[in-house]
Ligand binder design. Structure first.
Ligand code: AMP
Length: 221
């Protein structure tokens, strides 16, 4: 099973992916997490990635594609994988198609999350994440605050704001999404694998509900 998470920053890709991982056992693979881990460990990849991510720009395709292809060779993703944040360009999507074709695998579902822009900004600037890489729980200081300020409910780790979640960088990230990633909606629609879900507090439909619905549909297939 291969599921791709598509959607602008702040639509809840990470939240839905990790809920789906818990429910299905399919492995969440987040390119953003891989880059952040490398930045923290100050690897060569981390230094290169940071020079793009800190400005809100995408890491170049050739680097990103190589990382995902290597990751997909590992045993823990053979049963199923949820690609969280990849592909983000048409070039990445084409490279993934070629890779999967060679391996005799196929994309089962592309879950496209959409959220009104005012909610996106609000969600991102209020987002705090657990700095414990084994946990990575996500909070919102307004909508979903931790019990104790700055401390993760699940593991007691420190909550931090992502560098690229500052308002100035968020605008660039959204523009990059519109220019470089949004063409993938049509790309996958043509392939007949696209499923679009609105994530919005205005209609009381958030990541949890989406994950529940997807789990139910996968089970009934
Ligand atoms: P995310 O955690 O998915 O929001 O990703 C954080 C940042 O990592 C993005 O804003 C990009 O700078 C970079 N990134 C993550 N995935 C990709 C990708 N597929 N292609 C290029 N850059 C990426």
């Amino acid at each position: 099973m291969i599921i791709i998470m598509l959607g602008a920053p702040g639509t809840g890709k990470g939240t839905v992916s990790s809920l789906l991982e818990e429910k299905t056992g399919y492995k969440q693979v987040s390119t953003g997490d891989i880059f952040r881990q490398n930045i923290k460990e100050q690897t060569e990849l981390g230094k290169i990635a940071d020079s793009y991510i800190s400005k809100g720009n995408l890491v170049p395709d050739d680097i990103t594609i190589g990382i995902v292809e290597n990751r997909l060779e590992e045993d823990d993703v053979k049963k199923g994988v949820i690609l969280d944040g990849f592909p983000r360009t048409v070039k990445q999507a084409e490279a993934l198609d070629t890779y999967l074709q060679e391996k005799g695998r196929k994309i089962d579902m592309v879950l496209n999350l959409t959220t009104p822009e005012d909610e996106i900004i609000e969600r991102i600037v209020n987002r705090r994440v657990c700095s414990n890489q084994q946990c990575k729980a996500v909070y919102n200081v307004v909508m979903n605050p931790p019990k104790q300020k700055g401390i993760c409910d699940k593991c007691g780790g420190n909550l931090t704001q992502r560098e690229d979640d500052k308002e100035e960088t968020v605008k660039t990230r959204i523009n990059n999404y519109i220019e470089q990633t949004s063409p993938l909606v049509e790309y996958y629609e043509k392939k007949g694998v696209l499923r679009t879900e609105v994530v919005s507090k205005k209609i009381n439909h958030l990541g949890k509900q989406v994950a529940d619905e997807i789990e139910r549909d996968i089970k009934n297939k």
